[in-house]
Design a protein. Structure first.
Length: 275
């Protein structure tokens, strides 16, 4: 190579005996190379000159001394790191800032460690335990109360009510009848066996009955219309001797005027107004 061929590609200064940098097989003096080709550091905004190490991540560049955690400022050179919102964070800062916190101990659940999720909260596997026996629940069935989470055996032992009909544990819901607990699906009419949890019902000798069955089996019949007299929803009725009437049926057998609150006379099975 002749002297004229070994000149800086940009400023044409001779490079003989000087440091130079090859770029696309063309020589450049260090000053020209740094001015033309240097990347700018994301942290200090200064050019990363040829005599400095250029650290690159996803198209962004840093001086070696500027490649630090955005939170604790510790060097990230040859250390694991993660990016969040364009910031680089060391593993510990990323975990503290971005990882879930344990609902029980309030400490960070480190990436890679097993965590349990329940009702939108997270636990370390070793913190997600039964409130009674303190054993890890893991993926086993559980029952939650205001006081905490319980494995099924402990819940049944400590809190559960047993259905008066099937004698099995009531884990949720249920109703109370005469002070006794029932599953909703077990609370049935003693006559026709349909579910009563969403129905009006009557009681007879401590047994529940739907209105149809109760009226058919036990309700008094109106002496006038022969339909059952239930007394439900404030309905009024009239009793005289061994007979009953709906208040709207208690009328004179001759002129049909209402006898409610009025004097009346009887003849055989008929009732009459005084007129």
């Amino acid at each position: 190579m002749t002297t004229s061929q070994f000149d800086c590609q940009y400023c044409t200064a001779s490079l003989l005996g000087k440091k130079y940098v090859l770029k696309d097989n063309n020589p450049y003096c260090v000053s020209c190379y740094d001015r033309i080709f240097s990347n700018y550091c994301e942290e200090c905004k200064e050019p990363i000159e040829s005599n400095s190490k250029d650290l690159c991540y996803k198209g962004r560049h840093w001086h070696e001394g500027c490649f630090n955690c955005a939170k604790c400022n510790h060097s990230l050179v040859e250390k694991p790191f993660a990016a969040k919102d364009e910031r680089l964070l060391c593993s510990e800062c990323f975990s503290n800032e971005c990882s879930s916190k344990c609902f029980h101990c309030k400490k960070t659940i480190m990436p890679g460690s097993r965590k349990m999720e329940f009702k939108g909260n997270y636990w370390h596997e070793t913190c997600f335990v039964c409130e009674h026996c303190r054993q890890p629940i893991g993926t086993k069935p559980l029952i939650s109360k205001e006081t905490g989470n319980y494995c099924v055996p402990c819940f049944e032992k400590e809190f559960a009510h047993y259905c008066s009909f099937c004698k099995k544990v009531i884990t949720s819901g249920g109703i109370t009848f005469h002070g006794q607990p029932w599953h909703k699906e077990c609370f049935l009419c003693s006559g026709c066996r349909k579910e009563l949890c969403e129905e009006e019902f009557m009681s007879r000798d401590d047994y529940p009955f739907c209105l149809d069955c109760y009226n058919h089996l036990y309700a008094k019949k109106c002496a006038a219309c022969t339909k059952p007299i239930t007394g439900l929803k404030g309905a009024k009725f009239i009793c005289f001797q061994d007979r009953q009437w709906h208040s709207e049926c208690f009328n004179c057998g001759k002129c049909s005027v209402s006898l409610v609150g009025e004097g009346f006379l009887t003849h055989n099975m008929e009732i009459f107004c005084r007129k």
